[in-house]
Design a protein around this ligand. Structure first.
Ligand code: 13P
Length: 228
């Protein structure tokens, strides 16, 4: 089955890049593009998603954006709990859970990020960490997605082996039989085919390579050819 491609531009990209996406992707079946929020109110043939949301539904929180507002402009997906948010903005598992819950209340599918640090990976604690994050970050019910993003694989050019990704995703699938599971961390046009082919990987969350229209187009084309 074709795989999902979710492009996370982070604090990069431009109106020009959005125009390149618009020219390149006409009615793509499984592409979600998450640009910085200033670009979310655009008309596109692909799905737009947000990178973050505030964990309170409304109020005096200058500079923040609510799930209700995303819903108001037709946004249906939002990344929550990205490791950069956890690292630079001190987001805790409790906050990630609250963000996921405000999304669900506004009919937005949260894409909840989990994953171990390098120290935890080296100590062989990947499954233990994932298990804890699932317990503390996931709503009891509702239509959410989960992205496994090992912190040490993000923006580094390093990825776990396909066996390691498979082990993590098999564990996630056992816990979450119905949930869409993405892998993220240094996905590029060279490794996408091997990553998409892993059982229980339903798609990829792509950072750096999504800023290059040729690379993301190639990754998307690969995602569309996968059979398993
Ligand atoms: P890179 O693809 O740049 O490693 O980033 C992954 C990521 O953080 C996607 O959310």
């Amino acid at each position: 089955m074709e795989k999902w491609v979710v492009a996370n531009w982070k604090m990069s990209g431009s109106k020009n890049l959005l125009d390149e996406y618009k020219k390149t992707f006409q009615n793509p079946k499984k592409l979600i593009v998450c640009p910085p929020s200033v670009y979310l109110n655009e008309t596109t043939e692909f799905i737009l998603g947000a990178q973050n949301i505030y964990h309170h539904p409304k109020g005096a929180y200058t500079g923040e954006i609510s799930a209700l507002m995303l819903n108001d402009i037709g946004i249906k997906y939002c990344i929550v709990g990205h490791s950069e948010r956890r690292q630079y903005f001190e987001e805790t598992n409790d906050m990630v859970l609250a963000k996921a819950e405000v999304c669900l209340k506004s009919s937005i599918t949260p894409i909840i990020c989990v994953g171990e640090t390098f120290e935890q990976y080296q100590a062989g604690k990947t499954i233990e960490i994932l298990s804890q994050q699932l317990r503390e970050c996931l709503p009891n019910e509702g239509n959410f997605w989960v992205a496994y993003e090992p912190v040490w694989a993000i923006g580094t050019g390093c990825t776990p082996t396909t066996t390691e990704i498979s082990t993590a995703h098999t564990f996630l699938r056992e816990k979450l039989p119905e949930i869409t599971l993405l892998y993220g961390g240094s996905v590029n046009e060279s490794n996408a085919g091997a990553i998409f082919a892993i059982a229980n990987v339903d798609g990829a969350l792509v950072g750096g390579a999504s800023l290059d229209i040729d690379k993301i187009h190639l990754i998307y084309q690969i995602a569309m050819t996968i059979k398993n």
